[in-house]
Write a protein that binds this ligand. Structure first.
Ligand code: PMV
Length: 286
């Protein structure tokens, strides 16, 4: 038995989404796959790309207590704000739905996903597993149901900073710097509204991403490594680049309508982990 679900990138609107502005996020063509093999005795984790002591709780919350060996594979960077835990949660829920003989619609996946994501993240906004369940681009506003968003698929190069940011600490740091940074947060929200009308234009979207990164620097969530990765992307053909997610580490996303070969080569030459993915990926690509 097998189920899988994709990870995500926040295209625009991280941090300002915490203050009621809208954000755009999209699923990526990298996924987490869970395989179950019949095996006598208690259900156990046979092997996993995601090493996390909370994993067993998530398995216990979703799978039968007896009879299965679980294998977890992901080609997402783990712990980099790309939704590896959310994609795992949605894949596990798809398996649970099969055991329970139900057809998992979005409302069910989103509601049940909160319970699983709380195991990993305490108090998640819900954007990660909403995108993973919907498989596409979404507009997300705190407290509202996520809205699917039409978006022409685009090529994005993801550059890995090599470290993880602590989302809770970064969100608290932004809160502490208010009200001085309020204009920057408002502008981040405005960029989302402007971009919603130009998602099929890589030049306009790239420009919005560049400005968003400058604002994320201003509100104090970027790092010198992330800024270097953004500069590298712009020097090697990206139409725009920004950190994606909470910052403090994690990844940079670079919009590369030409396929990103030049940027991938430049990253490789510097020993920076990088990969190309499609944004948003659709369920049809499974
Ligand atoms: O934790 P990440 O990298 O998926 O991104 C968090 C996005 C924030 O806007 C910073 C926080 C939130 O809850 O929306």
């Amino acid at each position: 038995m097998r189920a899988s679900a994709p990870g995500k990138l926040i295209v625009l609107g991280e941090h300002s989404v915490v203050y009621g502005h809208r954000a755009i996020a999209a699923s990526v063509s990298r996924r987490t796959t869970v395989d179950l093999t019949a095996s006598p005795g208690p259900t156990r984790l046979a092997d996993s790309d995601i090493v996390d002591d909370r994993l067993l709780r998530a398995l216990r919350a979703t799978l039968p207590a007896e009879g299965w060996a679980v294998s977890i594979r992901t080609d997402l960077p783990v712990g980099r704000g790309m939704g590896s835990s959310a994609s795992l949660s949605i894949a596990l829920l798809r398996l649970r739905a099969r055991f329970e003989g139900i057809e998992p619609d979005f409302a069910w996946l989103h509601a049940e996903g909160f319970a699983l994501e709380r195991i990993f993240h305490g108090d998640p906004s819900g954007i990660d597993h909403a995108v993973s369940a919907l498989e596409g681009a979404v507009v997300y506003q705190r407290g509202e149901a996520p809205q699917p968003l039409a978006m022409t698929p685009m090529k994005v190069v993801v550059l890995d900073s090599g470290s993880a940011g602590n989302t809770a600490e970064l969100v608290a740091g932004v809160a502490a710097r208010r009200p001085g940074i309020e204009p920057a947060l408002d502008r981040l929200g405005e960029l989302v509204e402007l971009a919603i009308g130009s998602l099929d234009d890589p030049l306009a979207l790239g420009e919005a991403m560049d400005e968003a990164h400058a604002l994320l620097v201003q509100i104090g969530v970027s790092t010198p490594i992330l800024d270097d990765l953004v500069a590298l992307a712009r020097d090697h053909g990206a139409t725009g680049a920004k950190l994606s997610g909470a910052g403090g580490g994690g990844v940079v996303m670079a919009l590369c309508p030409d396929g990103g070969i030049e940027l991938l080569r430049a990253a490789e030459a510097r020993g920076i982990p990088a990969f190309l993915c499609t944004l948003p990926c659709g369920a049809s690509e499974d």
